[in-house]
Design a protein around this ligand. Sequence first.
Ligand SMILES: [Cu+2]
Length: 457
Amino acid sequence: MTSRRQFLTGAGLVGVAAVSRSALAALPEPIIQTGADTQPPLAPPEGQDYNPVVTLNGWTAPWRMNHGVKEFHLVAEPVEREIAPGMVARLWGYNGQSPGPTIEVVEGDRLRIFVTNRLPEHTSIHWHGQRLPNGMDGVGGLTQPQIPAGKTFVYEFVARRPGTFMYHPHADEMTQMAMGMMGFWVTHPRDPHPLIARADRDFCFLLNAFDIEPGSYTPKVNTMLDFNLWTWNSRAFPGIDTLNVRLGDRVRVRIGNLTMTNHPIHLHGHEFEITGTDGGPTPLTARWPEITVDVAVGQMRQIEFIADEPGDWAMHCHKSHHVMNAMGHDVPTMIGVDHRGVVEKIQKLVPDYMVMGERGMADMGEMEMPLPENTLPMMTGHGPFGPLEMGGMFTVLKVRAEQAPGDYSDPGWFAHPEGTVAHEWRGDTPTAARAGAAEGEAAFRARKPDGHGGHPH
Ligand SMILES: [Cu+2]
């Protein structure tokens, strides 16, 4: 849902087509987003000369043309962001959401970006990765005065190089980024570029993290490393939308990391190449196939692959605690511990006592355990075969032959062709062979390099 909110008296609801000269002298109306659904790509109004990006659980900032200059209006303000169904966080962001809208422009565009500060403290915006005049770099105190609460500043520069970028405050950074202030930036090449392929689908998202105590709404802003909610565009699984593509599509995924740790992002079923970073397109000779890309703090990576395997392919951070939602960390490992007898004794003292993790933690995926209000289950989500036992930085790449070009809607779960799903073995189970076995049991024989070998090991 996008709503146009009346802003700074006078402008009212001005349609894009009906902007008068006097209206152009005023600030562009900021577009406010009220929901967390992935919005359809914003096709450029004057003939589609690029394939627009899709911001996962986000949207692209609309702009207006003013005498050859693209004008945007960002409003830094407190927002409410649904992290996943069942949990809302009180964050700071831009234009109603965290992250703010993606700014999507074309190489060579002249830009004017108005930034209105509706936060209780000063802010600034740094345009991460841009070539621009030093005074437009947005480092409060170094290249500009801070933007005081209630004031609007203007940034003006030319989008000089194509690529994958982001924006974030360079003012009280630890607080403002811990509160969710950030946004994506994509600059498309003006002309066909030897190192930038035309992608059929172009997705982008930022890696971010929060420390929100179970049962509360506002992030702790003094947390340095021990965040408990690992999110993509301020969404945690199962709140992260799937990446829906057509079989055979060239897919580009742009990822930026504004957390305080690295994230090895792993894609199942395909190999990809890193085709660019926030430093620019990667030379062809420096590309190699990967299935995991480590995105370090403050880095951006742009990966590309041909989606040529139909199915529902997991895509996630490979740090296993980053695919979980908030949990108590100080739980001892109980695997293999026999609680029988002990439980009843403890329950006499602590009636609510329950056994956790005796067989591993998978039971948590199904456990109907009472949670504090506004708290996500640690491991959750259901697939066609049962609980997924996931949280945090996890989603699914859905590759379908029948997905129409330009259709980003969710096709539902994959229908596996007959006989292509792992299943229970129902035949005989032979005794396992074992090294160092006693006489009469099966044993491996290793042949030593000297050719004598033959001894059981
Ligand atoms: Cu991670």
